[in-house]
Design a protein around this ligand. Structure first.
Ligand SMILES: C[S@@+](CC[C@H](N)C(=O)[O-])C[C@H]1O[C@@H](n2cnc3c(N)ncnc32)[C@H](O)[C@@H]1O
Ligand code: SF4
Length: 418
């Protein structure tokens, strides 16, 4: 048995429904199962080789992108300098926000972090031209601050789409209703809720009742206009007892996916992340996975196994995988850390390998977490476990899929099996 949380040596239980259940055709059913098995059983490199092969045959035009990904796979955790474009570009298109969520990582770093700044469409195009022509990255995240506060958001979405990227957005939802036609062009839209009524919205998002009502109107409009959306909740020991209300809220709103994030406390003692060492967390998980009739998919958060000897050693892929810059072009080590011109600026010759960025990657490679910055922010950050999340619910086949996390096997021996 592997002892690494999130080890690539995945074990899953495939519980299938009889063909007359929700699934349309046997073929679709088996194809989906096969994909899941491949996704979970093959190593990243094997999956990549398969994709490269497929891309050459099916989409010769995407060859550059897959080659770029191959370079990424060869470089991640191997070299502190990189010679490719990180597969995900995260553009903080505005550093302004209309909420002040007490658990927001920006606020945790500095309560006065936000400032009124919006990247211009010309500058935005300039960055994509410089770093991603021909197309190499795969995903472009439009984020903030609050991305929908950008006065030219429609133009930015059109520009992003013209670069053939899969364009995704995370929004707090307040302004969704005003931007429906542009939002319908996105490949993925996630509305961060963390709340489900006026009281919880005030508590967890520091917002006004009117803003919560605007979010509700926005979600209803998305539904009426058949725009696919996800909703997300950041969980901690402090709000876990409210999770059944979150599920009920989601059932009323009709997203296609509910994502639970584990809180990254960034050194704050006000929020305790979910861990297998907490009875409350284990009970919550038990209840959640005992149901299989959710009308949406669910992504479980990465739950920490604080007692695992390898907990500290899981190395984050962010500094190799993500390219994060803000509205004035400043770069960050990771999208959950503040942007800083010392790390680099996209309008001042940043080439992914500034001294600071390289040092950060070097330290990540050691897995030792010695610097204060990494110790404080990374140890209890779920992004360190990105791609290694251990559980999802697939509503089409009404099945939970779990990967091999030792603490999970120990607590729920019947759930995870060979
Ligand atoms: C920083 S927000 C920016 C986009 C937008 N304002 C929003 O709220 O979706 C991006 C995502 O990070 C999540 N987030 C913020 N602080 C977090 C933290 N300390 N731990 C985990 N997730 C966090 C938010 O809930 C949101 O889903
Ligand atoms: S809405 Fe998003 S960016 Fe704004 S404070 Fe909340 S989490 Fe942070």
């Amino acid at each position: 048995m592997s002892t690494k949380p999130g080890s690539t040596n995945m074990r899953i239980k495939l519980e299938t429904l009889s063909p007359q259940d929700s699934y349309g055709s046997m073929w679709e059913h088996w194809y989906a199962s096969l994909r899941r098995v491949l996704r979970n059983k093959l190593s990243s490199r094997q999956k990549l080789s398969l994709r490269l092969l497929r891309s050459i045959v099916v989409h010769p035009a995407q060859f550059q992108t897959h080659l770029n990904r191959l370079r990424y796979f060869r470089g991640v955790h191997e070299k502190p300098e990189i010679s490719y474009v990180p597969p995900v570009i995260a553009a903080t298109i505005t550093d302004q926000c209309n909420l002040r969520c007490p658990n927001c990582f920006y606020i945790l770093h500095d309560p006065d972090y936000f400032f009124s700044s919006f990247i211009s469409p010309d500058k935005f195009r300039q960055v994509l031209e410089k770093y991603n022509r021909p197309r190499k990255a795969e995903i472009l995240f439009l984020t903030g601050g609050e991305p929908l506060m950008h006065p030219k958001i429609d133009e930015l979405i059109d520009i992003a789409k013209s670069y053939n990227l899969r364009v995704k957005m995370s929004t707090n939802g307040v302004l969704v209703k005003r931007k429906l036609s542009s939002l319908s062009k996105l490949d993925y839209l996630s509305v961060s809720m963390d709340s489900y009524d006026h009281d919880t919205f005030k508590k967890y998002r520091a917002g006004h009742e009117k803003q919560f009502d605007m979010i509700l109107e926005g979600l209803k409009a998305l539904k009426e206009n058949n725009i696919n959306f996800a909703i997300s909740f950041v969980l901690s020991e402090e709000n876990l007892h409210e999770s059944s209300k979150m599920i009920e809220f989601a059932e009323r709103m009709g997203p296609s996916l509910v994502t639970f994030h584990n809180i990254s406390p960034h050194g704050s003692t006000d929020f305790r992340p979910l861990s297998f060492q907490s009875n409350q967390t284990v009970k919550w998980l038990e209840e959640l996975i005992s149901r299989r009739d959710y009308p949406f998919d669910i992504n479980l958060p990465a739950i920490f196994d604080l007692e695992s000897p390898s907990f500290r050693e899981v190395k984050c892929i962010q500094p190799w995988y993500y390219f994060c810059f803000n509205s004035v072009g400043d770069v960050s080590y990771c999208c959950h850390l503040p942007h800083d011109p010392k790390i680099g600026n996209v309008f001042a010759g940043y080439d992914f390998n500034s001294r600071e960025m390289t040092l950060f990657r070097k330290e990540t490679m050691t897995g030792k977490m010695t610097s204060d910055l990494i110790q404080k922010n990374c140890l209890h950050c779920q992004r360190r476990f990105m791609g290694k999340e251990f559980g999802i619910f697939d509503s089409r086949v009404r099945t939970w899929f779990f990967s091999n996390v030792d603490a999970l096997v120990e607590k729920f021996p019947d759930v995870v099996s060979e």
